[in-house]
Design a protein around this ligand. Structure first.
Ligand SMILES: NC(=O)C1=CN([C@@H]2O[C@H](COP(=O)(O)OP(=O)(O)OC[C@H]3O[C@@H](n4cnc5c(N)ncnc54)[C@H](O)[C@@H]3O)[C@@H](O)[C@H]2O)C=CC1
Ligand SMILES: CC(C)CC(=O)C(=O)O
Ligand SMILES: [Mg+2]
Length: 360
């Protein structure tokens, strides 16, 4: 049976890193006869240039007909001055929302070969394996009302709203509990319940759900403390579940424990296993077009696609193993470079993973 993948490379380093992930997918496709079929389209700034909007209706329709989406990244200085409603990032938020991709899984795993690339000393990060479960279609990135208004005294005021419905909290918390059950059975719910009503409701609902998961040890933490604990003692965490903005920020922070944001993959899932797979980082305009971005987060996101949407754990495991074997060869893109290693380009890194994969 064919498996339809919509490839949306997007902006900046997007096309460079997505190319490498597709190369890697092609190897497992041939090996296991997976029937992967690609359609290419675009999103973000590239879509503004092509269609006049950051996500064309036709692209969204193709995404809805596809089994999975592989996405690079969106955004860049070229489009930063556009009116807010048509900025590249709006396309990304819209596709997540329209596809119902409420559960964003961001695993922060330290490959032992990269212990020296981590921002923390090796003793703090050795064996690190945290899963951040981020709510992706609600909260302050979507809340209404929002805008920039002019007050009576003529001063302008920017405002956003952070709403969470009970059902939105419950469904993401359930993902957190279930992921914890599959792992080390520890769930830390991160909120700001000492200040915000939406967090108070969040904490109440998560607390009530704990009864259904007696095997999971639940804890709660305020987000400011969580940010600090992530760099103090990161291995205290197993699964963290949190809202859209907190998860966005904490996952970038956690990425540096693994050596680089270029190592952090993600899966954005709906209720039925359909998903969009994208690295956790952005379009990195500062290094775009230089063939120096790290493609591993995108390659590892492709592995997550095989695991979560196509239920083919064997090929996902193989890709992750090939990444480890490539790092064993001391090949490093600039962001994870350390002494005694060989610096490689984006495409050289992708080719090296392909070469290791073909040997397995
Ligand atoms: N999912 C997405 O499409 C996201 C898009 N953005 C957009 O990307 C643009 C740039 O945003 P920034 O805040 O600079 O975040 P960014 O994640 O693009 O870059 C932050 C820093 O990390 C580096 N970096 C990121 N990915 C890398 C990789 N694969 N290999 C090596 N180094 C890497 C960049 O060079 C930069 O120094 C903005 O327009 C922003 O809105 C930001 C985050 C996520
Ligand atoms: C448009 C942003 C919400 C993208 C982002 O920073 C992310 O998803 O990590
Ligand atoms: Mg982010």
């Amino acid at each position: 049976m064919t498996k339809k993948i919509l490839v949306l490379a997007g902006d900046g380093i997007g096309p460079e890193i997505v190319d490498e992930a597709v190369k890697v997918l092609n190897v497992v496709n041939d090996k296991y006869n997976l029937g992967l079929e690609y359609t290419e389209d675009t999103i973000g700034g590239a879509a503004i240039d092509k269609y006049g909007v950051p996500l064309a209706d036709s692209t969204l329709a193709t995404a809805k007909e596809s089994d999975a989406v592989l996405l690079g990244a969106v955004g860049g200085p070229k489009w930063d001055t556009l009116e807010r409603s048509i900025r590249p990032e709006k396309g990304l938020l819209k596709i997540r929302s329209e596809l119902g991709l409420f559960a964003n899984l961001r695993p922060a795993i330290l490959y032992p070969q990269l212990a020296n690339a981590s921002s923390l000393k090796a003793e703090f990060v050795a064996g690190l394996d945290i899963l951040i479960v981020r709510e992706l279609t609600g909260g302050i990135y979507f809340g209404e009302p929002r805008g920039i208004r002019t007050l009576e005294n003529g001063e302008r005021q920017g405002y956003n709203t952070l709403p969470y419905r009970e059902s939105e909290i419950e469904r993401i918390a359930r993902v957190g509990f279930e992921m914890a059950q599959l792992r080390n059975k520890k769930l830390c719910s991160v909120d700001k319940a000492n200040v915000m009503e939406s967090s108070q409701l969040w904490r109440e609902i998560v607390t009530n759900m704990a009864k259904e998961y007696p095997d999971v040890e639940l804890s709660h933490m305020y987000v400011d403390n969580a940010a600090m604990q992530l760099v103090r003692l990161p291995k205290q965490f197993d699964v963290m579940v949190t809202d859209n903005m907190f998860g966005d920020i904490l996952s970038d922070e956690a990425s540096m424990l693994t050596g680089s944001i270029g190592m952090l993959p993600s899966a954005s899932l709906d209720a039925n296993g359909k998903g969009m797979y994208e690295p956790s980082h952005g379009s990195a305009p500062d290094i775009a077009g230089k063939n120096m971005a790290n493609p591993l987060a995108t390659i590892l996101s492709a592995a997550m696609m095989l695991r979560y949407t196509f239920k083919h754990a064997e090929s996902a495991n193989l890709i992750e193993k090939a990444v480890g074997l490539t790092l064993d060869k001391n090949l490093r893109t600039a962001d994870i470079m350390s002494m005694g290693c060989d610096k490689v380009s984006t495409s050289e890194m992708g080719n090296a993973v392909v070469a290791e994969l073909k040997k397995l």
